[in-house]
Design a protein around this ligand. Structure first.
Ligand code: MSP
Length: 507
């Protein structure tokens, strides 16, 4: 089965921060896991470059929007590489191929009778590039996200008759209750639809940084219409000479945070219906990463630099922390202290130490060769059905619950060492078979958890699997006992070396 996963395309009006990294890493976990299952995967991320948010930021900096877009798109590409994202393509909405598709679909909406000319008036947030309804604004006229005062604006625009899709959208939500997850977001979107849909202005007159409206080049296409279409246009040109829509459309899952729920859960399916394009299978909406209880965002100035964190602790530790600390789908606080605690107790002790102890004991007691034995029953019981459970979690986009499931087994292996005390067995010749069993079970358990952990910590697990002499990362081999003894272990080194406290490290 083909698997197509996307992240939002990020605005190039600022630099990447941990919030962006969060979605990209989560999507990467899904993509990597699906590849381990042998599925055909397409993973898309990229940048949203048109519209007021970018035009205004460029104006503030005194550079043309294209220049700002070039510079920051590079930063987003770099951060994707740096977090080891395995995206198959990086789309930029300034790509001419994307612009062509946007113009084509806009024309199709008009040809299909869903576009008319009218005047728009409302409170407009230039940072969101969105008009706000009176029920959305806070303190009478402030943007609920950016907390800036909004002005009432009026414009001659082309409109998309979204109101006509109220009933088809309600039907979509009734017929496909899984199409938006988690459930609270589904309810939120549905009640928004039931509250009544207004038509949407499809173009902007006061702006030139965008895709010209094909039948009225004085206006540009509204940035959200332009941006949403990235998910579709990318498949037409990501592989020159190939039309990937045949294999990958419709998308399996769009990952987004709740800030852009309305655009994805309402405008996007309405547009696709109007253009007669098949709808995505699922939207999954995760929560916000919070620092000191506030959503991290560039405009609020409480941003944690992902590059700094990765310089000190490594990429895998960051990937692990983000998805372990915050239950995927809910808001959750992150902090340098929380990070250090998990790094030391979980990564360095529970996983890193388990590996180094196992390697050291097999080295010392069995000359570095994994003994042949059957897995110990108490561990076999713990591992029974684990790979299947992880698959199910990932199918449901439960990215942190899947990680928790595997981590429970890392802990089970640690308990097993404590209970069986192999260092005592080693002193008793009569216990040689039992020691074989314990050492084999540990090596085999480490192999299985490492395969399953690969999507979250790809470099670390690759290192460990290579040192175990078992580089096969396919999910089919993630069963305890699937591999026998006999492998000679290689040097492993420290997986997660101790790090000086942050303040000292950066001093
Ligand atoms: N350009 C639009 C999206 C267009 S998609 C067709 C946009 N860009 S954005 O740069 O503001 O990125 C928003 C997305 O970044 C969120 O939906 C989420 O995926 C991610 N996040 C940004 N800050 C975040 C947190 N503090 N916490 C969690 N996710 C965060 O909106």
């Amino acid at each position: 089965m083909a698997y197509y996963v996307t992240t939002p395309i990020y605005y190039v009006n600022g630099e990447p921060h941990l919030g962006h990294v969060y979605t990209t890493v989560a999507a990467d976990v899904l993509a990597r896991h699906m590849r381990q299952r042998g599925e055909e995967v397409f993973f898309l991320t990229g940048t949203d470059e048109h519209g007021e948010p970018v035009a205004q930021a460029a104006e503030r900096e005194g550079v043309p929007p294209r220049e700002l877009a070039e510079r920051n798109a590079e930063r987003f590409k770099e951060v994707a590489r740096r977090v080891d994202a395995t995206n198959d393509f990086f789309i930029r909405t300034s790509d001419p191929e994307h612009e062509t598709v946007v113009a084509e679909i806009a024309a199709r909406l008009k040809d299909n009778g869903h576009v008319y000319e009218g005047v728009y008036e409302g409170l407009y947030c230039p940072r969101c590039a969105d008009f706000k309804t009176d029920s959305e604004v806070v303190d009478a006229n402030k943007c609920p996200i950016h907390l800036i005062e909004l002005e009432r604006e009026q414009e001659q625009n082309w409109f998309f008759r979204m109101s006509a899709f109220q009933e088809p959208l309600e039907r979509l939500y009734t017929e496909r209750p899984d199409w938006v997850g988690p459930r609270n977001r589904y309810n939120e979107a549905l009640s928004f639809i039931r509250g009544g849909l207004n038509d949407l202005s499809l173009s902007r007159a006061r702006l030139s940084w965008g895709v010209p409206v094909p039948w009225d080049p004085e206006q540009v296409i509204y940035v959200w219409i332009d941006a949403l279409l990235n998910y579709y246009s990318a498949l037409t040109y990501a592989r020159p000479g190939e039309d990937l829509r045949d294999r990958f459309w419709p998308p399996t899952v769009h990952l987004i945070a709740k800030d852009i729920l309305k655009f994805h859960a309402i405008i996007w399916p309405a547009m696709l219906m109007a253009a007669e394009i098949e709808l995505p299978r699922k939207l999954f909406i995760h929560g916000y990463l919070l620092m000191d209880e506030h959503k991290m965002s560039k405009s609020l100035g409480n941003v944690l630099d992902p590059f700094e964190v990765m310089d000190v602790y490594g990429t895998d530790a960051l990937r692990y922390y983000l998805l372990r600390e915050v239950s995927f789908g809910q808001d959750g606080s992150i902090s340098p202290e929380g990070f250090e605690t998990r790094y030391n107790t979980e990564l360095a002790n529970e996983y890193g130490n388990l590996a180094s102890r196992t390697f050291a004991m097999i080295g010392k007691y069995r000359d570095g060769v994994v003994p042949a034995a059957d897995p110990a029953p108490e561990v076999a019981m713990q591992f029974d059905g684990l790979a299947a459970a992880v698959k199910e979690r990932i199918d449901a986009v439960e990215v942190s619950a899947a990680l928790d499931d595997v981590w429970e087994r890392v802990r089970a292996l640690n308990r097993f060492v404590t209970e069986r005390e192999p260092w005592k067995l080693a002193k008793d010749e009569a216990a040689a078979t039992e020691l074989d069993c314990v050492l084999y079970t540990l090596a085999e358990g480490l192999r299985v958890v490492s395969i399953l952990l690969t999507p979250w910590m790809p470099s670390t697990t690759a290192r460990l699997l290579a040192a175990l002499g078992q580089p096969d990362e396919s999910l089919a081999s993630a069963e305890l006992g699937a591999v026998g003894g006999g492998a000679t272990l290689a040097e492993l080194g420290q997986l997660f070396p101790r790090v000086e406290p942050r303040a000292e490290a950066s001093a």
